[in-house]
Design a protein around this ligand. Sequence first.
Ligand SMILES: Cc1cc2nc3c(=O)[nH]c(=O)nc-3n(C[C@H](O)[C@H](O)[C@H](O)COP(=O)(O)OP(=O)(O)OC[C@H]3O[C@@H](n4cnc5c(N)ncnc54)[C@H](O)[C@@H]3O)c2cc1C
Length: 293
Amino acid sequence: MKPAAFDFHRAASLDDALILLAEHPHAKPLAGGQSLIPAMNFRLARPEALVDLNAVRELVGIRATAGGGLLIGAMTRHATVERSADVQRLAPLLAEAMPHVAHPQIRNRGTLGGSLAHADPSAELPAVALALNATFVVRSRARERRVDAVDFFTGLFVTALDPGELLIAVEIPPRAVRSGHSFLEVARRHGDFALAGVAAELSLDADGRIASARVGLLSVGDRPVLASSTAVLVGREATPAIFASVADAVREEVDPPSDIHADARYRRHLAGVLTQRALAIAAQRALTNPHTP
Ligand SMILES: Cc1cc2nc3c(=O)[nH]c(=O)nc-3n(C[C@H](O)[C@H](O)[C@H](O)COP(=O)(O)OP(=O)(O)OC[C@H]3O[C@@H](n4cnc5c(N)ncnc54)[C@H](O)[C@@H]3O)c2cc1C
């Protein structure tokens, strides 16, 4: 199918994009177009206008920050994130998740910001952003604000972005010492949207006890889910038994949908199994190959 008629504005700079969005309140930003254009072709989306961000250089790039974190521009392509040595070093969870996002052709066009702003509950990167405790930098013509990942995803394909606001960058905080990570998902074919997936980031204290543990889940609700059941891990030893009990709690915590791909019961089961495995792998990595900032 073809999209409904729309106006097209090509922004030359970030200021230009923000002015265009302020002048055209019903316009949608166009990033890689890998979700928006299919939605328009199926007429699931009918924006009056598009503001094309593809020439906005200020939104592209990956920078290691002074404290050992990362700042990634919203228009940075998935493929660039996937191949970045800084991402592999400072946010290996993001690097590990990236090959699961669609196929290489789509990763060549799709952007980090586009995937997060799209807020598909089955997408990998929103769950990773939750596990990494990322902060989203959001700007409109009038103001700039920062939104924690946990407050950004507010519903099915809905975010905390107001009309006229752009996601401009994602900040990933420095990793703790003795950190480990794991990204696991189950998809019928590699590159398909997953039936369920888990992103885990865990750190150990000097005595080998768990200092922090964050688990983001995908495809188990109307939005990406940050598991609250991992709170009990802090101060505990990283044992198979404790991970099994957290996995049981996560299974109860999520409220997955049933659809033609999988029913809620199976997704709930996957959420538990993948959480248990991901936590065990992350803990093992924290022990044997600890992150050194
Ligand atoms: C066949 C196929 C398979 C796919 N499989 C997967 C998969 O397995 N996992 C997965 O996660 N994704 C998958 N995708 C989606 C893909 O990853 C997209 O790249 C991503 O969802 C959207 O990124 P984009 O840059 O293309 O955004 P666009 O499609 O350009 O935009 C998406 C939405 O975000 C808004 N937007 C974009 N950028 C900004 C911004 N900076 N600020 C505010 N709003 C913005 C747009 O207005 C639009 O509403 C798949 C896509 C296809 C076509």
